[in-house]
Design a binder for this molecule. Structure first.
Ligand code: EPZ
Length: 435
């Protein structure tokens, strides 16, 4: 476990280039199993979750070369379709490897992914979609065992699940015939996955829209691809400006992928400037409350930014209401923020926030990735020091957050506890092995 110490009273200002998207990189890495030639990926973030995915691929026999600015992934050497239990358990989103492993080998065997801090995270929609493509699936002894030669079909998703959409897309690329996914998730990361698959010679139409049509082909070919920018990390650093009354510009990003947040920031009294690949937020000393916000699948307000907005509204002038429609247990940061002087009440999926003039440092716990990042934002504003326990959970999604915040004038000090080098590398995905 690693603690972070956040010093309060910061007013963040400066420019930060945003990292590559975790939630685009993970399905794209899973997709490398579909081509039997080397793939070169750039802008892939150095994160714990990405490192875990790479280790799962290596356990399947894939060759991974971690360069300073690029990853080379070569699945010609892949020969194993049994996902390792420990690593797959650690990375629950490894479940969308099912589609690509099954497509590649005609078989797949994965541990049943557990729930996590924010919800049960069922996979019924994944399995229903794969069965529509002729996968025979048995669930036994905590594992999911799949067999079958995949054939195209119409897949109607009862809910626009991001992971289920990705799993079916990966399974459909080399299936015999046409697959149409209806009520597909429209998140930008789906469009990025579709762009990657087409760059590999697959035939994917409509990725990022509610209807995705895929015509199966025998196999794909290698390519070089740049992962899209991370829209949630973009929003996080813009919200860091908002909570500290600062002036922050995020570059190398796509403003159009964070529009729901930008309109909230404008409503709160921030000056928002959209540039070519950049967004600048200049915040007033204290933002206004923004009334009512509810999370929805894209293009609605993203659930992943809910904890971050929650922290910022905890100090706004006025009362705000947030409804979390996507996950059933995504308010665990609320009690931690109340330890810092925030005033919020949770009624099932609804949070009522009465903005506090001040927050004060406290010892708090990062229960999950985005909830932990929310505590960092609150700590940057609070008076005194905030100690965040289980801060390693934040590093699952944020690359070198302490350095980024430091470059903007804030202060995050690490209190590592006897982590050996192996554990440090595993946790941050940092470090480069020889190319
Ligand atoms: C992806 O998770 C993201 N993770 C999440 O980001 C993100 O919050 C989520 O999409 C929603 O945008 C990655 O891309 C790695 P879903 P995923 O399937 O695919 C229910 C972060 O912080 N559902 O769209 O798991 C589910 O319970 C993470 O970066 C079913 O009922 O999300 C949830 O209520 C957190 N059955 C809702 O759908 C299923 O088979 C949305 O889940 C699948 C999902």
């Amino acid at each position: 476990m690693s603690d972070w110490i956040i010093r309060g009273g910061a007013v963040l200002s400066g420019t930060v280039p945003v990292q590559g998207s975790k939630n685009a990189a993970l399905p794209i890495l899973a997709a490398t199993l579909l081509v039997e030639e080397p793939v070169t990926l750039t802008n892939c973030p150095a994160l714990r979750d990405v490192e875990n995915m790479l280790r799962i691929l290596e356990a399947l026999g894939v060759t991974v070369v971690r360069g300073a600015n690029a990853l080379i992934v070569d699945s010609r050497t892949a020969e194993n379709w049994v996902l390792p239990t420990a690593l797959s358990g650690e990375l629950r989103s490894s479940i969308f490897l099912l589609g690509s492993v099954l497509s590649r080998f005609g078989a797949a065997d994965a541990p049943y992914p557990g729930g996590c801090e924010i919800g049960n995270r069922p996979i019924d929609l994944h399995l229903k979609g794969l069965r529509r493509l002729n996968a025979q699936i048995r669930e036994q002894g905590g594992r999911i065992v799949c067999r079958g030669k995949l054939t195209g079909a119409v897949v109607d998703l009862e809910y626009p699940s991001v992971g289920a959409t990705e799993n079916v897309m990966l399974a459909a690329c080399r299936a015999k015939g046409r697959t149409t996914i209806r009520n597909a998730a429209c998140e930008p990361e789906i469009a990025d996955l579709g762009a990657f698959l087409n760059a590999c010679g697959f035939r994917v139409d409509g990725a990022g829209t509610p209807t995705v049509v895929i015509d199966g082909v025998e196999t794909g070919h290698g390519t070089a691809f740049r992962i899209m920018p991370d829209r949630i990390v973009t929003g996080t650093y813009l919200l860091a400006a908002a909570i500290t009354g600062g002036d922050v510009t995020v570059t190398d990003t796509r403003p159009e992928t964070v529009e729901p947040l930008l309109s909230k920031l404008t409503e709160s009294g921030c000056a928002v400037t959209r540039g070519r690949g950049s967004v600048r937020v200049r915040a007033p000393e204290r933002i206004r409350s923004v009334g009512f916000t509810e999370t929805r699948p894209y293009p609605g307000f993203p659930t992943d930014l809910q904890p971050l907005l929650f922290a910022v509204l905890s100090r706004a002038n006025g009362t705000s209401v947030i409804v979390e429609n996507v996950f059933e247990n995504r308010f665990r940061h609320a009690q931690e923020l109340n330890k810092m002087g925030a005033k919020n009440r949770i009624l099932d999926r609804t949070a009522i926030l009465t903005g506090a003039e001040r927050l004060h440092g406290a010892s708090v716990t990062a229960h999950d990735l985005r909830g932990g990042a929310a505590l960092v934002l609150a700590g940057l504003f609070a008076e005194g020091e905030t100690v965040i326990g289980h801060a390693e959970r934040i590093e699952r999604g944020y690359e070198r957050m302490d350095e980024v915040i430091g470059s903007l004038g804030g202060s995050i000090a690490r209190k590592e506890e006897n982590l050996d080098d192996e554990e440090k590398t595993r946790q941050t995905g940092a470090g480069e092995l020889p190319v």
